[in-house]
Design a protein around this ligand. Structure first.
Ligand SMILES: [Zn+2]
Length: 163
């Protein structure tokens, strides 16, 4: 699941994470993560409504940020020095580090008008498009689904008028 969100990208980390599949720590982490996701969803819905997240939720995020800080290091690449996040989880709970960092970004650096619910599914997404008029969480999945449905409706309409 964490894999799917693109949190874990390096092959080495993927292998480690896969090894946790049947661990009780991983099951516990996943339970916590799902509960957190619900509270994050609430916060996002509040932001969409022009309000802000409740203080208790910010306190929870702050506590996780302290517990699972983001580690970075500097590297040279193409003659430039770049800063990269180091992510080497040793236990399932370490997965909080990139997740809570991303959640903190979402809560602070996101224009509320660019967060909205997908027109086709339950997902709320951050619209990074130039025009800011995206309607679907994913063009490949939900966008296409709606476009195909609209096309079929039009086609049925044409057939009906031709008959
Ligand atoms: Zn969707």
């Amino acid at each position: 699941m964490v894999d799917r969100f693109g949190v874990v990208t390096s092959p080495k980390t993927k292998t480690i994470v896969r090894g946790w599949r049947h661990s009780t720590e991983a099951a516990f982490f996943l339970e916590q993560l799902i509960a957190f996701r619900e509270r994050l969803r609430e916060a996002v819905v509040r932001m969409e409504d022009g309000s802000s997240p409740i203080d208790a939720f910010l306190a929870e995020v702050n506590s996780l940020l302290l517990q699972y800080p983001r580690h970075t290091s500097l590297h040279k690449r193409d003659g430039k020095v770049i800063r990269e996040t180091i992510f080497e989880p040793r236990e399932p709970a370490d997965l909080w580090a990139p997740i809570i960092d991303a959640a903190a970004d979402l809560l602070t650096e996101t224009e509320a008008s660019r967060i909205r619910k997908c027109e086709s599914c339950v997902v709320h997404f951050f619209d990074t498009s130039k025009k800011g008029s995206r309607r679907w969480c994913s063009m490949n999945i939900c966008g296409n689904k709606l476009k195909v449905a609209a096309y079929q409706r039009r086609k049925r309409g044409e057939n009906a008028s031709a008959n």
